[in-house]
Design a protein around this ligand. Structure first.
Ligand code: SAH
Length: 360
């Protein structure tokens, strides 16, 4: 029997046949290859995995997103049917905690039709199991067009950063795409073909040679689809990710393996690949398509929706050990040197008069 092929060999074979891959194509293969991809085959989350996401830190995170959803439902006039969609639900922890807190208003809970958008069949099974006692049975959708009419609430935590991006580098001969090639049986970054589109971008002017710019057409398309759907049927989206709130340049391609940074071209398919989400360009996209958006830090958002009050209630009759755990979770989620400032919360609403204080 021939040994099981590994993803790196498959990628090298493809590069030798067809030429180098864009970083986006490399990332797509590594994360979502049907039999050898990271999300399709591995268990990335939690203490024994490669990274810990906010819903895995504490139930309070999903609960407060649930209170946000309740708030949006009320602003929509409390419709008796609402399409609730989670993008990239991981283990299903966030949505399970969200549904529990939604029960504080039974009419809201009853109105929810639940849809999960998840590329990995393995994770779909885990999500269905997590939700077994939730009182809601999820439908699995490939995108918004699979989901019925009516107002929609869209939630996504660390989803956008899993969508592929590309890099371009300024050279003496102009902007070239940074690609993944091969040499000596290993994967290597190389420069590919020239591109005119980057030199049109404002950020491309007055930067020195060697500067790297990152763009993500996949994330832009996702925001366009969200805005199109919200504009058509009403509703709101909340997308949480780590990233920047002002335009910038530089290489933020990053791999995580067992909670430590690793080289993105090593262990293909066995480690998480991400880069910083460029919230500025996503806000521009939402604006162009007629929706308003608001960006906050995770700390600002969680404090506004009652993190400290929820922590106090959870800890009230708890043991000193549990109280310490709750305090540590608050610090992890909202502390400025932890996730509080690095992670940003992007809210998008269909309604033009959407936000009391609009920040963008
Ligand atoms: N939201 C979860 C998991 C974040 S990891 C949490 O916070 O814990 C990214 C999630 O997005 C995983 O569930 C992954 O399988 C899923 N995903 C990645 N690319 C996707 C795509 N193109 N379409 C749908 N789901 C995707």
């Amino acid at each position: 029997m021939s040994p099981k092929p590994d993803l790196k060999s498959i990628i090298i074979e493809q590069i030798l046949l067809d030429g180098p891959l864009s970083i986006a194509d490399y990332m797509r293969l590594c994360l979502t290859h049907p039999t050898l991809g990271y999300y399709t085959t591995r268990e990335p989350f939690g203490v024994s995995g490669d990274f810990i996401t906010a819903p895995e830190v504490s139930q309070m995170f999903g609960e407060l997103i649930g209170i946000w959803c309740l708030d949006q439902w009320q602003k929509l006039g409390e419709p008796n049917r609402i399409q609730l969609v989670e993008l990239g639900p991981g283990r299903g922890t966030l949505i399970n905690d969200l549904l529990r807190s939604a029960k504080v208003r039974p009419a809201f809970f009853d109105a929810i039709e639940l849809h999960l958008v998840e590329v990995s069949p393995r994770l779909q099974d885990i999500q269905a199991q997590t939700l077994e006692a939730s009182g809601k049975r999820p439908g699995f959708a490939r995108g918004f067009s699979d989901i019925g009419d009516g107002p929609m609430l869209i939630v996504g935590n660390e989803f956008l950063d899993a969508l592929p991006f590309q890099q371009f580098i300024k050279t003496p001969t102009g902007w070239l795409e940074r690609v993944v090639g091969t040499a000596d049986g290993e994967l290597r970054f190389q420069t590919g073909t020239a591109t005119a589109s980057i030199s049109d971008m404002a950020i491309a002017n007055n930067v020195p040679e060697g500067t790297i710019v990152e763009i993500s057409p996949a994330r832009t398309t996702m925001i366009e689809q969200i805005v199109e759907r919200l504009s058509k049927s009403g509703g709101s989206a909340i997308l949480i990710d780590y990233g920047c709130n002002r335009p910038g340049t530089g290489d933020t391609f990053q791999a995580l393996y067992k909670q430590k940074p690793a080289h993105p071209l090593e262990r293909s398919g066995e480690q998480d690949l991400t880069n910083h989400v460029d919230f500025c360009s996503l806000i521009e996209t939402a604006k162009k398509c007629g929706c308003k958006s608001r960006l906050k830090t995770q700390r600002e958002f969680l404090l506004e929706y009652g993190l400290l009050e929820r922590a106090g209630a959870l800890g009230a009759n708890a043991s000193p050990n549990t109280q310490n755990d709750i305090r540590a979770a608050v610090e992890r989620l909202a502390g400025p040197s932890e996730m509080g400032d690095l992670f940003k919360v992007l809210e998008i609403r269909s309604d033009r008069g959407a936000f009391d204080q609009e920040t963008v």
